[in-house]
Ligand binder design. Sequence first.
Ligand code: NAD
Length: 249
Amino acid sequence: MGTIEGAVVVVTGAGRGIGRAIAEELGHEGARVVVNYSKSKEAAEDVVAWLQQNGSPEAVAIQADVSDAAQAAKLIEEIIKRFGRIDVLVNNAGINIDRTMKNLSPEDWDKVIQVDMNSYYYTVKAALPYFMQQKSGKIINISSTNGQRGSFGQTNYATAKAGILGFTKSAALELARFNVTVNAICPGYIATEMFNAIPEKTRESILAGIPLGRAGRPQEVARAVRYLIVDGDYYTGETLSMNGGIYMQ
Ligand code: NAD
């Protein structure tokens, strides 16, 4: 059984939304949380202030655009310098640029692949030597239902999110002998700013199609992350789907 108290946990893109909920869930139970952010310093510092008052006095915000390999590496180095180890890496940072392929430029394609998929490799690659040396660690990759089932107007996003699933399984195979597990979570529609940015009419039709009749809550994704850390020692290379029933495999 894994423990959260004292664990050094980094959550990428944790200034808001699902990342913030994960940081709060784990920090509340005493993890030493690193709140990574790219641009929104104020939001990240707000999360850290909350964490420091609520179970994670050593919480810290570290700026890094994880879609840049050098910055992702620097993030991991700073964590090691500060805490001497890394126990849990949650790859969560993500963006979307939604357009049908007819209107999708190669730049729109590349940007989303870079942030939503390549960054996951960059952070894992940088953390790898420490995980291997420790002979312990948990990597949790936030993917998406739309990577499992495809999504109209999201070829770039769905490709990145599907790629993460292949990456998760392959990394799990490579790291199992070091007692490092690698799993993915595929949330369906979760009520965050990313979801709220969907035009209202489309959002209404999405909600109407969810068997459980509502969007998920960021805290529900955070609880799944917690589960993998605390009770999920024998999961590796797996995908936890949580989507209110919109996609059943
Ligand atoms: P969000 O837009 O609210 O938060 C994403 C966070 O990532 C932001 O804080 C943003 O600043 C940060 N970020 C973006 N690019 C970054 C970079 N290069 N480096 C560091 N940080 C960066 O979105 P969210 O809804 O909280 O989504 C979090 C994750 O969950 C994403 O990977 C998203 O694809 C995934 N997801 C979301 C939903 C949903 O419905 N909201 C569903 C499935 C999967």
